[in-house]
Write a protein that binds this ligand. Structure first.
Ligand code: CA
Length: 484
């Protein structure tokens, strides 16, 4: 056996993350509204995860989960106002310690200044907070710099230039876009794209009958809560309520999909560069978003709820030298798994703090050896900490999702956390049977036919929360048996 065979080549890692990109706007996931050939090519060359779920559907906590491989209660990054202290081990610090070259370009959104700036990177250029779409400022270790142009293109180009300058050592680059985050400002070259009417999702006129107070209480309805800044023009005055809602949906989706078009173009440029340099086969290329997004489903924009459209993130990955092409994985995976999976591919040990799973055993090897396992977990834990904030008014909640069911407990209390309301409402439960009700229109938590399932899921929620080291809200009824 030659030395090369004994020591497999360590892969490069290219991790493209976007902000608020729903799987429903990716053609690899069957989008009815756009085409994304750049992202699709990664899925075709590797794997598409169909049930990739975030542990907290919000920009800042999700970024912390990717980096640290931990849940929000462990990273202490629970809301938009809680930032990641740089004493945590991340998959980046582990790769760097193992000899990887590391860099970060784009949206950080985890805090700035001493104690919060990115660590473990040989080079970083990050947007302040949410960043700007045009002529954006970036923070770097050397100070602030402003680049002319469109933010998505700049992040891609800066990352490509850094990748081109690397030598023989393996590298890991984070290409973390601002797009397609609100207020959805596209590149002018896409100003006329998506002019045809964009199909409405089946739940666009949802009236929230069949669900509890939280869905009614939220202020994310396209018809009522998209602003003039979001829409960039006033709706025609002669339209009735439903016609105005559809008009606003078209304006929203046009700009959203135009922003996605620049993202996809950037992904295609990166994969092409990898192929041109002969690095594609030996690179772990990842595309994901920090959570899903409502593209008119339930009449909404935005995220936050544990309902499927925001809970689910797009997540595709390729590594042709090792992983078979064209795989679709339906078992439950999470954003907390991504860091550990990257470290596994790199042959680097994960830190003891990490709480996710290595997903490599789920994947069929390109060599055909080693039969993949069916699942890494039987249930997913979710918690959204912000409560009744002034813009979206989503209640704080946590819950458990299995392959078929979802139980949600709205504890509805800000608990003194930053950026949340301290108004406390009576708690509520919801239970959905995703097999019979995939759009989550009718909670069955009071249906006697589901009493046993509800009881079982309630105990499993307690156990999972306990196993992961989180604490239930004091009002949650205590189970009548010891925790597992
Ligand atoms: Ca986001």
């Amino acid at each position: 056996m030659s030395a090369a065979q004994q020591t497999p080549k360590r892969p490069n890692i290219v991790f493209v993350l976007t902000d608020d990109h729903a799987a429903n706007a990716i053609s690899a996931y069957g989008s009815a509204i756009n085409q994304t050939p750049g992202i699709d090519a990664i899925a075709e060359a590797g794997v598409r995860f169909d049930t990739a779920l975030v542990e907290n559907a919000l920009c800042t906590p999700s970024r912390a989960a990717f980096l640290t491989g931990t849940y929000s209660h462990t990273s202490d990054v629970t809301t938009l106002a809680t930032h990641l202290t740089n004493d945590h081990e991340t998959f980046i610090t582990a790769l760097k310690a193992a000899g990887y070259r590391t860099a970060m370009f784009g949206k950080w959104h985890l805090g700035h200044g001493e104690g919060y700036d990115p660590v473990g990177f040989d080079h970083w250029e990050v947007l302040p907070d949410q960043g700007e779409y045009f002529d954006p400022e970036f923070y770097t270790p050397e100070g602030s710099v402003r680049f002319e142009g469109y933010v998505t293109d700049i992040i891609t180009e800066r990352a490509l230039a850094w990748m081109a300058a690397q030598g023989d050592e393996p590298y890991c680059v984070l290409v973390w876009h601002k797009a397609p985050h609100r207020p959805w400002q596209p590149h002018p070259k896409y100003a006329d794209a998506f002019s045809d009417p964009i199909p409405l999702p089946p739940t666009f006129f949802d009236d929230y009958d069949g669900r509890g107070t939280p869905a009614h209480h939220a202020t994310m309805r396209i018809a009522d809560y998209l602003t003039d800044i979001d829409l960039k023009e006033e709706p025609p005055t002669e339209l009735g309520y439903n016609e105005r809602a559809i008009w606003k949906y078209q304006r929203y989706m046009q700009d959203y999909l135009r922003c996605v078009a620049s993202v996809d173009e950037g992904v295609a440029a990166i994969t092409q560069a990898l192929r041109d340099r002969g690095q594609w086969d030996d690179t772990v290329t990842i595309y994901a978003s920090d959570q899903g997004f409502y593209l008119g489903e339930h009449g909404w924009f935005d995220k936050r709820f544990m309902y499927e459209e925001s809970l689910r993130m797009p997540f595709v990955l390729s590594y042709p030298a090792r992983i078979a092409a064209g795989q679709q994985i339906t078992s439950l995976v999470s954003n907390v798994d991504v860091g550990q999976t990257i470290l596994s591919f790199a042959g680097v040990e994960a830190s003891a703090e990490m709480q996710g799973h290595d997903l490599v055993p789920l994947l069929a090897e390109a060599s055909g050896s080693a039969a993949p396992v069916d699942a890494v977990r039987d249930a997913h834990y979710y918690r959204f900490y912000e409560h009744d904030d002034h813009m979206h008014h989503v209640w704080a909640h946590y819950g458990i999702r299995t392959d078929r069911y979802k139980l949600i407990y709205y504890y509805a209390d800000g608990m003194g956390l930053p950026n949340t309301s301290n108004v406390t409402y009576p708690p509520e439960w919801e239970l959905f049977d995703l097999q019979n009700d995939p759009f989550e229109l009718s909670s069955v938590h009071l249906d006697p036919a589901y009493a046993e399932i509800r009881s079982d899921l309630t105990l499993r929620l307690w156990d999972l929360q306990h196993q992961l080291g989180d604490t239930p809200h004091p009002r949650q009824p205590v189970p009548e048996r010891p925790l597992q």
